[in-house]
Structures are given as structure tokens and as C-alpha cells.
Design a protein around this ligand. Structure first.
Ligand SMILES: *[C@@H]1O[C@H](CO)[C@@H](O)[C@H](O)[C@H]1NC(C)=O
Ligand SMILES: *[C@@H]1O[C@H](CO)[C@@H](O)[C@H](O)[C@H]1NC(C)=O
Ligand SMILES: *[C@@H]1O[C@H](CO)[C@@H](O)[C@H](O)[C@H]1NC(C)=O
Ligand SMILES: *[C@@H]1O[C@H](CO)[C@@H](O)[C@H](O)[C@H]1NC(C)=O
Length: 506
């Protein structure tokens, strides 16, 4: 006992003398902890109309000029043509894993029915390239981008028809890729999708009703956020049940769903503001975690939203409860908010009026102008641990954006010290949470390379690697943060040998 304590004390004393905490290294995390970086299909693939791909709702939305810089991801980082080069960079970084998403409309262009062989081939190529380089593929099935054909046919996520079509698409992915893909996430950030897509129309399909969004052509902000979220939960549960019944035993993978979790603080210590934060956490993450862990919506939501909140049947409820192996958590920053008692009649309310809050100085802009508050990650992990039975978690996104940065402009600084500090502080914060009992087993930086950022287009960049979007070849160049991450991952000291694909599959 004493002998084991000795080195520990020594480190403690030395650290005290040095006056600084020793830096966390990869070795301070469990050996099987997964470190990675991520992107999503629409944001990096490009080749939007190539090899049989048809539009997703994001293509339609961006082409209608509704993104901040009026640009589209028709080409973006062109990963479709550069995936081999990108996997080389991942290997250089020493990533354990790459998180990407499958473009549903590349694989099944009309959303249902005919499969596009070129789409199948692309994802097989990408997955194989990852595997032979020793990098685990972590796949998201729906990253805000279902096929436009299904939107046209029945309104996408507002229709329960989506459940069957999503399940068939997921089935195809499990069948074709599940021998090599061991981590599946069904939906990315449904708690954002339901609001931005169906309440305020800042995301496709851009549905809303006056006075809640701008340029609403169709939709109902009072009900559709809740309906779309409900259908997403049921589609998730349906696909996850299928995976568990038909594939999991043989393929031995895991399935989950990825939510975004801001941490909220009250702007003042007034009772109303403190209560507003409590309510917001229920509406923000309880909306999804409560059904997934306990089988129903939070009581707070049922009380406030009443008949506009759909109801789960007994069967749906028990299906939901068994529907995840892990929760993906995207976390960026802390938001401050105030109570804003609503004077509106029940029938004139949307999600925000239901919530009766006002965000401090933050608006959409503020949501992505990330200020590092690494303690916020500890708070949300502690909150999930305490309230939702400490589920296994993968941090699927965490990262830092530079705004307006333009690599082709004179004086562009490749030394992204702010991003390095941000990532370092969040990894340290995560380490504290894990030591304190959080069940988190993976961490992915958003993003691996610069992407077309949803809403902000090319004016906001998160990449460890930058991409020069002004050149046809879309060259990648390392930011300092790439160097930092690869050092953290101890690239020099580790085996990063290749793996035989066929042995891997067996
Ligand atoms: C709304 O429509 C008007 C007129 O077509 C257009 O000028 C404006 O940019 C649109 N606003 C948004 C947010 O799309
Ligand atoms: C709220 O009270 C706590 C504890 O007294 C204090 O640390 C904190 O600064 C207060 N917050 C605000 C916004 O006044
Ligand atoms: C980036 O900077 C170059 C050179 O200053 C300029 O020509 C280009 O339009 C800029 N691109 C963006 C997206 O701002
Ligand atoms: C550690 O866990 C305890 C018990 O759940 C909790 O009270 C405390 O706030 C946690 N600390 C951190 C830093 O998460």
C-alpha cells in the first residue's frame, strides 16, 4: 500500500513545487478509450450530383440561398474524391476512430427502393480504407440530411411514414457495412433538428408558421417540433431494435443516438432564473433522454406542452427503453439564460414560448461563437450521470470554430492556439469527469477537416486540418491543433501498423 502511494506522493509534491498541474496525457485515460475526430456527409463529401446521388433536404435548402453565406456544399472539401488522402492524414494524427455519416440519398437516391451501386461502393471503399489503416469507422445514419424525395412525398420527419423508410435504410447499412462498422448512431442532434427545422426554419426543411420563423411557406411551429422529435425517437427505436434482433449478436457492434447538450446557467440567482434552467434541461436533453432511459417524456414537458406533445403507447415506451447501448453527446459551450414568463395563450406557443426563457446575450451567432468553459462539460456529464442512470457516453463532438478565417487571405494564422487551448482544457475536464464516475468511453473532435458548416457555410471553421476551398484540388493543411492532437495521442510511440481487412472481418 505504502509503496504504491509513494510515486503518487512524489508526483504530488513535485507538482506542488512546480506550481502547475501535470498535463494529462493519453495514458491517463483507459487503454480502450476511443479518441477520434468527425465530419458529416453533406458537410465534406461534395460530389453532390455525381455517381447517382440525388438531393437531400440540405441540398435543396442551400440551393435556395438560405445559408448565411449563400453557398452550398456541392463540392465543399470534396472528400468523395479525397478519402484516401484523408485517411492518410487520420493515420498521421493517430486517430483511433473517424466519425462520419452516410448520405442516405447517395445510397438510396429516392429514399426508398432502388439502391445506388456507386453509393454502396463509395462507403465500402471508405470503410475498407479506414480498417486497413487501423481506424475504427463510427457511422451516423442521419445527420440532418434525409432524401428530398421523402420530404416531397410526405413531409419527411413530420410523417410517421419516415419510421419505416428510415428502418429500411438502416437495415441496408447494417447488412452491407455492419461486418466492419461496430459503432452506429441513428440520428445526430435530433434536439436541434426538431427546433431549427420545424420551429424557426434555420435548418431544412425550413418549416415554420408565422410569427415564429421567417419566410414560412409550410409548417406549424406550435406542433411540428414535437411531432418531428417524436417520429425521430420512434425511428431510432425501430432501427435500434432491428439491429439488436437481427445483427448485433453476429456483428457485435453497438448502437446509440447523438444529442447536443449545452450546459445552461442562470443569468442571475433569482429563483425564476434558476427554475428556468431546470426546465430548460428537461426540454433540451430530457426531451430525448427521458424517453430513452425511462420510456416517457419529462413530466415538466407534459405539463407545459399538454396535448401538443405526442404520446407513447406502452409498446413504444418499452421499445424505447431498450434501444441504446450508448448516448452520443455533442457539447460545445455554456449558455446563460433568464426566465421570460410567457404571456401567450396556449395555442400561440412554440417550443421557446413553452419554455418561457430568454437566452442572455446569445442568439444563433452566439451559439457557435464558442467561449471555452470546460467546466460546463463536467456539469453536463454529472447531470446525465445523476439523472439518467449514468449511461455509456461517447463525446461525439467538441471543438472550436474560427469565424471569417480564410486560409487564402494574407496573414492567415495556421497556429490556432485558441483551438489548441480549447481542446486541451476540454480533454482535461473530461478526464476529471471520468475519474469522478462518468461512463464516457470516447471523445471526438469536431471537426477533422474544415467543413461546410451548417447555417454558417464557409464562414465558420472547426478543422484540425484546414482546407483551401479556393483551389480546385482542395488542399488540406495542418493547423497547430493537428500537431497538438497527434502529440497528445502519442503518435511517435505507438504501433500504427496496417490491418488485414479479411482477418478483421472474420
Ligand atoms: C425571406 O424572403 C425574402 C423575400 O423573398 C428574402 O429577401 C429574405 O432574404 C428571406 N429571408 C430568409 C431568412 O430567408
Ligand atoms: C449565484 O450565487 C453563487 C453562490 O452564492 C455565486 O457564486 C454566483 O456568483 C451567483 N451568480 C450570479 C449570477 O450572481
Ligand atoms: C479569401 O481571401 C481571398 C484573398 O483575399 C479572397 O479572394 C476570397 O474571396 C476570400 N474567400 C472568402 C470565402 O472569403
Ligand atoms: C463528482 O461526483 C459527485 C457525486 O455524484 C458530485 O456531487 C460532484 O459534483 C462530482 N464532481 C464533478 C467535478 O463532476
Amino acid at each position: 500500500m505504502e509503496r504504491r502511494l509513494l510515486p503518487f506522493l512524489l508526483v504530488f509534491v513535485l507538482t506542488a513545487i512546480a506550481g502547475v498541474a501535470a498535463s494529462i496525457t493519453r495514458d491517463d485515460f483507459p487503454p480502450d478509450f476511443i479518441f477520434g475526430a468527425g465530419t458529416s456527409a453533406y458537410q465534406v463529401e461534395g460530389a453532390a450530383a455525381e455517381d447517382g446521388r440525388k438531393p437531400s433536404i440540405w441540398d435543396t435548402y442551400a440551393h435556395s440561398g438560405r445559408t448565411r453565406d449563400k453557398k452550398t456544399a456541392d463540392i465543399t472539401a470534396d472528400q468523395y474524391h479525397h478519402y484516401k488522402e484523408d485517411v492518410k492524414l487520420m493515420k498521421k494524427l493517430c486517430l483511433d476512430a473517424y466519425r462520419f455519416s452516410i448520405s442516405w440519398s447517395r445510397l438510396i437516391p429516392d429514399g426508398r427502393g432502388r439502391i445506388n451501386p456507386k453509393g454502396l461502393q463509395y462507403y465500402n471503399n471508405l470503410i475498407n480504407e479506414l480498417i486497413i489503416n487501423g481506424i475504427q469507422p463510427h457511422v451516423t445514419l442521419h445527420h440532418f440530411d434525409h432524401p428530398q424525395a421523402l420530404e416531397d412525398e410526405y413531409g419527411g420527419l413530420v410523417s410517421p411514414k419516415m419510421i419505416e423508410d428510415f428502418t429500411a435504410y438502416a437495415d441496408l447499412c447494417f447488412k452491407e457495412f455492419g461486418d466492419r462498422v461496430k459503432y452506429w448512431s441513428t440520428f445526430n442532434e435530433p434536439n436541434v433538428e426538431a427546433i431549427l427545422g420545424y420551429d424557426v426554419a434555420l435548418f431544412p426543411p425550413g418549416r415554420c408558421s408565422s410569427p415564429f420563423g421567417s419566410n414560412c411557406s409550410a409548417g406549424d411551429s406550435r406542433t411540428e417540433p414535437y411531432i418531428s422529435a417524436h417520429n425521430i425517437l420512434l425511428a431510432h427505436a425501430s432501427a435500434a431494435t432491428l439491429y439488436k434482433e437481427k445483427y448485433q449478436k453476429e456483428q457485435r457492434g453497438q448502437i446509440g443516438i447523438t444529442i447536443i447538450g449545452f450546459w445552461f446557467e442562470p443569468s442571475t440567482n433569482a429563483t425564476d432564473d434558476v427554475a428556468a434552467v431546470k426546465r430548460t434541461m428537461e426540454f433540451h436533453i430530457g426531451w430525448f433522454l427521458q424517453p430513452l432511459v425511462y420510456g416517457d417524456y419529462p413530466a415538466t414537458m407534459k405539463d407545459i406542452v399538454k396535448s401538443r406533445l405526442p404520446i407513447f403507447s406502452k409498446e413504444e415506451s418499452s421499445r424505447l427503453k431498450a434501444s441504446f447501448d450508448f448516448i452520443g453527446l455533442n457539447h460545445y459551450n455554456v449558455l446563460y439564460l433568464q426566465s421570460n414568463p410567457t404571456k401567450f395563450d396556449y395555442n400561440e406557443r412554440d417550443y421557446f414560448r413553452d419554455l418561457s426563457i430568454k437566452l442572455g446575450d446569445h442568439h444563433m451567432e452566439g451559439l457557435l461563437k464558442v467561449k471555452a468553459s470546460p467546466w460546463g462539460l463536467q456539469r453536463i456529464l454529472e447531470y446525465i450521470k445523476a439523472n439518467y442512470r449514468n449511461p455509456p457516453i461517447i463525446i461525439h463532438e467538441n471543438g472550436y470554430s474560427t469565424h471569417g478565417a480564410n486560409s487564402t487571405a494574407p496573414g492567415y494564422d495556421f497556429n490556432d492556439h485558441e483551438r489548441v487551448n480549447y481542446i486541451k482544457e476540454y480533454i482535461e475536464s473530461l478526464h476529471t469527469s471520468i475519474r469522478n464516475g462518468s461512463n464516457t468511453f470516447g471523445y471526438f473532435i469536431w471537426s477533422f477537416i474544415d467543413c461546410f458548416e451548417l447555417v454558417f457555410g464557409y464562414t465558420s471553421k472547426f478543422g484540425l486540418y484546414g482546407v483551401d476551398f479556393s483551389k480546385k484540388e482542395r488542399p488540406r493543411y495542418p493547423h497547430l491543433s493537428a500537431q497538438w492532437y497527434s502529440n497528445f495521442l502519442r503518435c511517435g510511440g505507438r504501433e500504427t501498423g496496417s490491418i488485414n481487412l479479411y482477418t478483421y472481418i472474420e
